[in-house]
Design a protein around this ligand. Structure first.
Ligand code: MN
Length: 448
């Protein structure tokens, strides 16, 4: 990668304090990506400025299928939203080590706190401070050169530098202890970018986020705890996000976040264009398994019909194509399958993790079963879980199997039809949130 590429990449990855970002959860599913795209479109249409949709991870195959089908670009990837030193760097005129002190004095007289001295490669050499200048000028004049014609390098002082891409919070403790007030910020190639004062570093700008399809900080993009959450649109249970100020916070028990976005559009008499309508429909059909999951509400059905008309597709046919776009069990490593969509819970004082994978037929499960169980055992050991399970859901038939490892008393008390020692038939249970979690909760609480 040449320098130019890296610069472009750096710029792409740095969030902009003037923008409000609409973003779904980490490990985004189709609903997370589509609701971010759709809500950003809606808010922009409603007159809000500088709204940009982003994503916290790679789109899965199913989402990619929908994006291609409706000719949409995915939201831009953002790896983190914590304030970095790049966010507090202020551009400032520099001098070279050979520049005369009189030039540095001019810059200080114009109000700069310090003057950065930078070599011919753009790398920091140090800073000229008013104190160092005062000292140089107060030396008794002994017929030598006029102090103002000396080069800056004669009075330069070493300055602390930070990398633009580094998180400020990682250096906060040492900054609080240090008594230095002015710092230099450099890029990945150690070239000078700007100056930053201690005060500015300790009070950096914060990213503005609107969370869609999640409301818990633990599921949000890295650094969200150092951002301002300015809105939430979601359909999951309440987590523990708290904000300094009141914000628009919408969490409703519908089948998908895209349902809420589409309802906002309809309420405001805004017909989304074909591409946005198609993505919103994809989010609904993905989360509700083509309106078959018990999480589906009449609101989901109504708005899905409206969207299907706008984007001219047949719900059943497109929905099944969409579900079938997910990769099977055969093509993926076991630990990826068992980790891709995994959630952690506290139940009856014990730790439980439940992963879910969607498939279109159980034919590949037998040859992967042992590997998947071994992965669950590793999860239990590594994380001290009482139960680690993987819900394997056939989204076409609308049925699931459950693979489990964990404490033997837990496995013995599971109220499901046993297929083998570590595999259960969940029959028509397809919703982790609405069906499996409450059942497991009851089991764990009872045997507390
Ligand atoms: Mn969702």
């Amino acid at each position: 990668m040449d320098t130019k590429d890296r610069e472009t990449k750096d710029r792409h990855e740095m969030w902009d304090p003037d923008v409000t970002y609409v973003i779904g959860h980490q490990r985004p599913d189709t609903d997370a990506i589509a609701s971010a795209l759709g809500y950003a479109w809606f808010l922009t249409k409603m007159g809000q400025e500088r709204i940009v949709s982003i994503r916290a991870g790679q789109p899965v195959e199913q989402t990619t299928y929908a994006l291609k089908r409706f000719e949409q670009e995915p939201p831009r990837l953002m790896t983190g939203v914590a304030p970095t030193f790049g966010h507090v760097a202020r551009k400032q005129q520099t001098v070279s080590p050979e520049t005369s002190l009189s030039e540095a004095i001019t810059l200080l007289a114009a109000g700069e706190r310090v003057v950065p001295v930078v070599d011919e490669l753009g790398r920091p050499y140090g800073i000229v401070t008013p104190m160092a200048l005062a000292r140089a000028c107060s030396m008794p004049y002994s017929g030598g050169p006029n102090p103002f014609t000396q080069p800056c390098k004669s009075v330069v002082e070493e300055a602390l530098t930070f990398h633009a891409q580094d998180r400020i919070s990682d250096h906060r403790a040492s900054l609080l202890r240090s008594d230095v007030d002015d710092f230099l910020i450099v890029d990945a190639q150690e070239r000078f970018i700007g100056v930053a004062t201690r005060r500015r570093i300790l009070e950096p700008p914060r990213a503005k986020l609107i969370l869609v399809d999640h409301n818990e900080i633990q599921q949000a993009i890295s650094g969200a705890d150092e951002a301002d959450i300015v809105g939430v649109l979601d359909h999951h249970r309440l987590g523990n996000a708290s904000t300094a100020l009141p914000i628009p916070f919408v969490v409703e028990p519908v089948g998908s976040t895209c349902t809420l976005v589409a309802e906002h559009c309809r309420l405001n008499e805004l017909d989304p264009p074909l591409g946005i309508a198609g993505m919103l429909l994809s989010g609904i059909l993905s989360d509700t398994l083509v309106l078959r999951s018990p999480t589906t509400t009449d609101r989901d059905r109504h708005i899905a019909r409206w969207l299907a008309d706008l984007c001219c597709v047949d719900i059943k046919q497109y929905g099944d194509d969409l579900l079938r776009a997910a990769p099977g069990l055969a093509e993926r490593p076991a630990d990826e399958i068992a980790d891709a969509d995994r959630k952690h819970y506290e139940m009856g004082g014990k730790s439980v993790s439940i992963a879910q994978v969607e498939i279109t037929g159980f034919q590949e499960l037998p040859q992967r079963r042992d590997e998947l169980l071994a992965t669950l055992t590793r999860q239990c050991r590594a994380e001290g879980l009482a139960l680690a399970c993987l819900m394997v859901t056939d989204v076409v038939q609308g049925v699931s199997h459950l693979l489990c490892q964990g404490d033997s008393w837990v496995l013995a008390s599971l109220p499901f039809a046993r297929i083998s020692e570590y595999e259960f038939d969940l029959d028509d249970i397809v919703s982790r949130k609405k069906q499996l979690v409450p059942t497991l909760h009851a089991v764990m609480e009872e045997s507390r």
